[in-house]
Design a protein around this ligand. Sequence first.
Ligand SMILES: Nc1ncnc2c1ncn2[C@@H]1O[C@H](COP(=O)(O)OP(=O)(O)OP(=O)(O)O)[C@@H](O)[C@H]1O
Ligand SMILES: [Mg+2]
Length: 237
Amino acid sequence: MSLLKVEDLNVYYGNIHALKGISLEVEKGEVVSLIGANGAGKTTTLQAISGLLPVKAGDIIFKNNSILKQKAFKRTRMGIAQVPEGRRIFQGISVEDNLKIGAISVDASSEDDKIEMDKIFELFPVLKERKKQKAGTLSGGEQQMLAMGRALMLRPEVLLLDEPSMGLSPIFVDKIFKTIEILKEQKRTILLVEQNANLALEIADRGYVLETGKIVKEGSAKDLRTDPDVKAAYLGI
Ligand SMILES: Nc1ncnc2c1ncn2[C@@H]1O[C@H](COP(=O)(O)OP(=O)(O)OP(=O)(O)O)[C@@H](O)[C@H]1O
Ligand SMILES: [Mg+2]
């Protein structure tokens, strides 16, 4: 049984039919990658799942129930956390306060929040070193870590990651993917959106290929990595 299921999802921006009936599933403990070129509809898919965009037709099922009628904040509270494209952390406040804000919508004691924050500091030691620093002074890679940390403060059941490697230097791309690997080892459930298809399919259990609002291919990450069309179009080999 899947934790998250998207069924025949249709999303429009005005007249633009951005998602043309896409279906995908994420099982508990799975890392699933959604790959595709610029404008394919990857972010739109995540925004629709998070409740940040209206759905014209289709359904989004989380833990066996449709969540279409739930507002975004409710979906977050239910356990769906998105790390948005471009991170969107709060630049003017400290690293620590950014993490605390992450926990606001969770019903947990401040001791529990502290325990969670310590786990995040273990995952990203640099955030601990800089916890009093204004978030805006962090490098792009560190800001990505903070954005991931903030989402993890929600103790999500599924983490939606939108292009975590975008704009980062190779060292930080490597660090971010090593962290995703650790989260995978911890049996977290992740839907990963990436243009870096090589890395995304290396880390994933399964994958979907999105082209102009449609899923054109799906399968095990291993099969997709060896698929001639995927190789030619997305893996540069
Ligand atoms: N706010 C908007 N208004 C109108 N059209 C939009 C809007 N946001 C996205 N679109 C269009 O919807 C389609 C899907 O966009 P989306 O941002 O989901 O793509 P993406 O796969 O995330 O691309 P990228 O890799 O560039 O982030 C594109 O054709 C885009 O131009
Ligand atoms: Mg995008």
